[in-house]
Design a protein around this ligand. Structure first.
Ligand code: 5GP
Ligand code: MN
Length: 350
């Protein structure tokens, strides 16, 4: 049986060649991804990391800050360097790197305090990402906002470089996890038929997709599960005429349920389960800012909304931003903001 289904060429061939050349010419490679790494950020980074290790390259993976416990099953997570824990060591690593990959983010600002190390580095830089507006510090830019996950792009990069045979089960698991995470388990941004060709190619590497789903989504702690119930029953406001629902959590609420980083991951998706709700927002009070998360169904541009009102951005149906002020102010500012989108919200249907 021929395992090579015909995937179309997405990444331009010249970029694929250039990346291969850069890898070949490098002695020390550093893979980086964005603040509060999610499933796609880690899946894509680890997929590439394991591939380069198989190629006997000296490679490290550095993330700005820690990541949620339900991603720690992926092989290699215990080798990830966390910038925040040791910025001095991080600086030395940047100085001894000749090739840097920026995975799943578009501009240096998205790596927080790590940004200046990235910007000031003399190393060659490669971007592999699916957000709009790639930055201008890169030697090679592989930027495809039409592709639903960066993990899919990493697969395509390896596939187009004719390395499918070298992808092992570990690499395939990481890539699958990322593709799954950025599509909510293939429930949004997931209508491209080629996604399923790629899944088929990954399954042939021996991955257990059902187990991966459970490890990520059926792995809530009791506290986290109760926090979800509390949020939906006690901290939700629905605006039926605007097809919008809002959930929020104060620091006090989070403390009550022994909140850990990542515990509210995915919460913002739940209000979209309500009939006729096409826009969902989650407002979470943090130590020094208020974090905003947005999800939509259909054409409502959450990224435009996030950029206009909350210094943020992202994808059409999934984006985020920040608010500087009290939680109460963030909530009322949000309510005023959606009123400015009354026509768009009213006219979007599921
Ligand atoms: P989440 O709601 O899961 O935190 O973020 C969803 C998506 O929104 C992310 O993948 C990212 O593209 C984008 N995003 C979240 N927060 C921010 C932010 O503060 N600024 C920008 N530019 N994008 C964000
Ligand atoms: Mn992503």
């Amino acid at each position: 049986m021929n395992y090579f289904e015909p995937l179309s060429i997405v990444i331009d061939e010249q970029s694929v060649q250039q990346v291969q050349q850069l890898i070949e010419n490098s002695n020390q490679i550093l893979i980086t991804t964005h603040l509060s790494p999610d499933g796609d950020a880690l899946g894509a980074s680890l997929g590439l990391y394991h591939f380069l290790k198989l190629k006997k390259k000296n490679v490290r993976l550095m993330v700005p800050n820690s990541f949620p416990y339900f991603l720690k099953w992926m092989a290699g997570t215990d080798e990830i360097l966390i910038y925040e824990y040791n910025p001095k060591a991080a600086k030395i690593i940047f100085e001894h790197t000749d090739l840097i990959f920026s995975i799943d983010y578009n501009i240096p600002k998205r790596v927080g305090n790590m940004a200046s190390l990235l910007e000031n580095s003399d190393a060659k830089k490669v971007l592999v990402d699916h957000h709009l507006f790639p930055g201008n510090i890169y030697d090679v830019v592989i930027s495809h906002p039409e592709i639903s996950s960066t993990s899919e792009l990493v697969f395509r990069l390896l596939y187009q470089a004719e390395k499918y045979n070298e992808i092992d089960k570990t690499i395939a698991e990481c890539i699958y996890c990322g593709m799954m995470a950025d599509t909510g388990g293939f429930t949004f941004n997931s209508n491209n038929p080629e996604i399923y060709l790629i899944i088929s190619l990954l399954l042939r590497k021996g991955i257990n997709k059902d187990r991966i789903f459970s490890l990520v989504y059926n792995n809530l702690t009791e506290d986290r599960f109760r926090l979800l119930g509390f949020t939906l029953s006690q901290r939700m406001k629905v605006f039926p005429e605007l097809h919008t629902a809002l959930i929020w959590l104060s620091l006090e609420d989070q403390k009550q349920f022994s909140y850990n980083k990542g515990d509210t991951e995915g919460f913002v998706n739940y209000p979209l389960s309500i009939k006729d709700i096409i826009f969902s927002a989650f407002i979470r009070e943090d130590e020094d800012l208020v974090k905003m998360s947005f999800r939509s169904q259909g054409t409502f541009p959450t990224n435009e909304f996030a950029a206009r009102f909350f210094h943020g951005g992202g994808h059409l149906n999934a984006s985020g931003g920040e608010f500087y002020g009290t939680l109460e102010d963030a909530i009322s500012f949000f309510e005023n903001s959606i009123r400015l989108y009354t026509e768009e919200l009213k006219n979007t249907i599921k």
